[in-house]
Design a protein around this ligand. Structure first.
Ligand code: FMN
Length: 257
């Protein structure tokens, strides 16, 4: 394998990260957190410590929710309370002891949830369009979401920013904004779930406005060189969805960045 990838194990500087090699662990939801508090415990400390000890260059955590309403299934960890920050501090300390680099993936599921999962709060989305399918590990159909007002949008962006601030306080080396897979940011990005007629809707370039505002707010907290974004045409609730013109879509994202 090293013949095919001769640089795989050599160090690299990417933005603010000095990585010991080019192996990155993809974000994977684990559902190990306490369901009520969203706090991670010893099992999560051990889990990430072991991956760092095995030599992973960059660890991207599982999706970490930015608010109670951002939650799409049970036992998801959060980054919006002091207790959650303290839990993650133990994880980042353990990873750093192993000379690893770890960043927090910030996640809001938008309409892909149910009020019984998201602390009794009705889901919010760019438009009041119900997703097809069932809530992960709960099994009930997704709730009909409320269309977000401008105030809701502002508040949600501030929650992303606070979660990024908390991530840095918890010792993370940066953050990844989850803008893929049919969750809140992707719901704004996609014509399927975004029928808004204000500045957050319209053609693709215009629909990316929410993502851009989230990124600006997050980068204020975690720094331009310590922030990345994940985007994709893949949607957890619509596996057959495809961009009509992938090249044009990707170019529009690049222009937005
Ligand atoms: C159990 C599981 C949980 C996942 N959780 C997340 C997640 O929290 N955030 C995310 O962006 N992707 C998540 N993914 C997607 C993975 O990051 C990855 O893109 C996917 O497994 C495809 O990778 P592959 O092509 O190497 O198989 C998850 C995948 C799996 C299998």
């Amino acid at each position: 394998m090293l013949n095919m990838y001769p640089y795989l194990l050599s160090p690299i500087q990417i933005g603010g990260w000095k990585l010991r090699n080019r192996i990155t662990m993809a974000p994977m939801t684990r559902s190990f957190a306490d369901d009520k508090t969203g706090v991670v415990g010893n099992d999560v400390v051990e889990y990430y410590k072991k991956r760092a000890g095995d030599g992973v260059g960059l660890i991207i955590t599982e999706g970490i929710i930015t608010s109670p309403r951002a939650k799409g299934t049970f036992n998801l960890p959060g980054l919006y309370t002091d207790e959650q920050v303290m839990g993650w501090r133990r994880v980042t300390d353990a990873v750093h002891e192993e000379k690893g680099t770890i960043i927090a993936q910030l996640w809001h599921v938008g309409r892909l949830t149910h009020h019984k999962v998201s602390a009794g709060l009705p889901p919010q989305a760019p438009s009041a369009i119900r997703a097809e399918g069932h809530v992960h590990r709960y099994g009930e159909p997704f709730d009909m979401p409320e269309e977000m007002t401008k105030e809701d949008i502002k508040e949600t962006i501030q929650q992303y920013a606070k979660a990024a601030r908390n991530a840095i306080q918890a010792g993370f080396d940066g953050v990844e904004v989850h803008g893929a897979h049919g969750y809140l940011i992707d719901q704004f990005n996609s014509e399927v779930s975004n029928r808004r007629t204000d500045e957050y809707g319209g053609h693709l370039g215009q629909r990316l406005t929410f993502m851009k505002e989230v990124l600006h707010a997050v980068m204020e907290e975690s720094g331009v060189d310590r922030t990345i974004v994940r985007f994709s045409e893949l949607k957890d609730d619509a596996p057959d969805y495809k961009w009509e013109d992938p090249e044009a879509a990707i170019q529009t994202f690049i222009d937005a960045f």
